[in-house]
Design a protein around this ligand. Structure first.
Ligand SMILES: Cc1cc2nc3c(=O)[nH]c(=O)nc-3n(C[C@H](O)[C@H](O)[C@H](O)COP(=O)(O)O)c2cc1C
Length: 128
């Protein structure tokens, strides 16, 4: 089973996850030290790098960095070249793909597409 872990600051990413109906794990500022223990997709919004410290702590905890299979970035296209830059940096740093991107809390089409991406990754990870 591919799991989903997400981080949200103003609630847009949380809203996106809620719309998918996926039972995802929320990374919190209070305690980002939680081990997923199985392959997962990380869904994060985009801010200045230091705002992602809890996500970096989470990824550095136990086996999390090894179980990460892909990153989905939420952002705002008005940021042009900086669109989903945190997701891109993390994906590149941990050698996993960007599996999805969306603005704010995503459209219904985004929700549908993301669920398909999760299903496809599920098939891929259970093949091995
Ligand atoms: C201060 C600030 C900086 C942001 N910087 C970026 C950015 O560099 N690139 C981007 O794609 N989106 C950027 N955004 C947009 C947010 O990532 C986007 O609104 C996201 O949906 C917020 O998710 P959250 O409510 O789950 O925290 C920024 C938003 C704020 C308020």
């Amino acid at each position: 089973m591919v799991q989903v872990a997400y981080y949200s600051i103003t609630g847009q990413t949380q809203r996106f996850i809620e719309k998918t109906g996926i039972d995802a794990y929320e990374i919190t500022d209070a305690d980002p030290f939680h081990e997923m223990g199985a392959p997962f997709i990380l869904v994060i919004p985009t801010y200045d790098d230091d705002m992602m410290d809890p996500v970096i702590d989470f990824l550095g905890y136990q086996s999390n960095h090894r179980e990460l299979v892909g990153v989905a970035g939420g952002g705002n296209r008005n940021f042009n070249d900086l669109y989903i830059h945190n997701a891109k940096d993390i994906a590149q740093g941990l050698h996993v793909p960007i599996v999805f991107d969306f603005e704010f809390n995503g459209t219904m089409a985004d929700v549908k597409k993301f669920k398909k991406v999760v299903q496809e990754l599920e098939l891929k990870t259970t093949e091995h």
